[in-house]
Design a protein around this ligand. Structure first.
Ligand code: PMV
Length: 319
């Protein structure tokens, strides 16, 4: 029975994806840009040919909703596929404040295509992983990755690509945790509701090409001050578009604001650092490595706990 195992790291967007131009193909309304983060990872084993379709996630049976998403992705690889067993483990706490769907669907796409005997390029895998979770399109790549919005109706040009490898720039991403409960509103529902009801949504979409242009230059020049301006602008405009939805989509907690204030205070003392936030209250702070300990200590004063992460490599197969 063909079996393959793949490992992928999660990523955090610095220029955000929020909104879809095609729900079935999971095509984004905007391009996005991210940093893939180690050491956290998802390891997924796919057995192509089993007694029944089965998903085991972190040692428990997958829920019907989780299983539907996983097996729908496998149907895209081969609509005549045999029954398949999928075992997936995150080595990071589920409440680590990181989207495990980004590493999860990247590892699944890589392991499943290998087990099915259909090896694909990283770009083709990115197109496939995108169908499971948009952010997963970026986790196939290590380091700094950009996911192109694309123009084609079939979505084949909406994949990520590598901007710079993980050793391009010595930075850390510090994740400050304020809440480890499940999300009140999933990113999928939150973004659809925002695009349907927020009067600010078109302005958010129109503002994103400049963010991507500025972020590419800042990353190339390893300019954290410049990248920080883009990161915070992108996160604030994305959240502003949600807050203006009807009813609002609101992920912030008081701790989120304390962490943002901590970052501003550190910057005022000459430490270049910048924050971003996703579909939850946790705050992620990008900093150059020599300042990481100091920034982590300050954030630990306001957060329940912090994780210090570093740029990670691309998704890979385990032999
Ligand atoms: O890919 P999804 O459905 O998990 O959505 C990700 C949405 C954000 O994390 C808020 C932004 C992003 O680009 O990752």
């Amino acid at each position: 029975m063909p079996v393959a195992t793949a490992v992928a790291h999660p990523n955090i967007a610095l220029c955000k994806y929020w909104g879809k131009r095609d729900r079935t193909l999971n095509l984004p309304s905007v391009g996005s840009l991210s940093l893939t983060l180690a050491p956290f990872c998802t390891t997924t084993t796919v057995e192509w040919g089993a007694e029944s379709d089965e998903l085991v996630l972190n040692g428990r049976q997958g829920t019907p909703a989780e299983s539907r998403k996983v097996f729908a992705l496998l149907d895209l690889i081969d609509s005549w596929r045999p029954k398949v067993r999928v075992l997936s483990e995150n080595d990071f706490p589920t409440a680590a404040g990181l989207a495990s769907s980004s590493s999860g669907f990247a590892a699944l796409a890589l392991a499943a295509t290998k087990a099915a005997g259909q090896p694909r390029s990283l770009e083709e895998l990115s197109v496939l992983a995108r169908r499971g979770s948009g952010s997963a399109a970026r986790s196939l790549f290590g380091g700094w990755a950009e996911w192109k919005v694309g123009e084609r109706e079939d979505g084949l040009d909406s994949h990520a690509f590598a901007l710079a490898p993980e050793n391009h720039w010595d930075v850390r991403m510090i994740v400050a945790i304020f809440d480890d409960g499940p999300k009140a509103v999933s990113s999928r529902d939150g973004m659809l509701h925002t695009q349907e009801t927020s009067p600010f949504y078109p302005a958010w979409v129109a503002s994103t090409p400049k963010d991507l242009t500025d972020a590419r230059v800042a990353i190339r020049e390893r300019d954290l001050t410049r990248l920080g301006i883009v990161m915070e602008r992108s996160a604030l405009r994305m959240h502003a578009s949600m807050m203006a939805a009807d009813p609002p989509v609101f992920y912030w907690k008081s701790g989120s604001v304390w962490a943002q204030e901590t970052v501003r205070a550190l910057r005022a003392r000459g430490i270049p650092c910048a924050w971003t936030m996703d579909a939850g209250p946790n705050v992620k702070v990008l900093v150059e490595t020599p300042y990481a300990d100091e920034v982590a200590r300050r954030l630990a004063n306001v957060a329940d706990r912090v994780h210090v992460l570093e740029p990670g490599g691309p998704a890979r197969l385990l032999e």
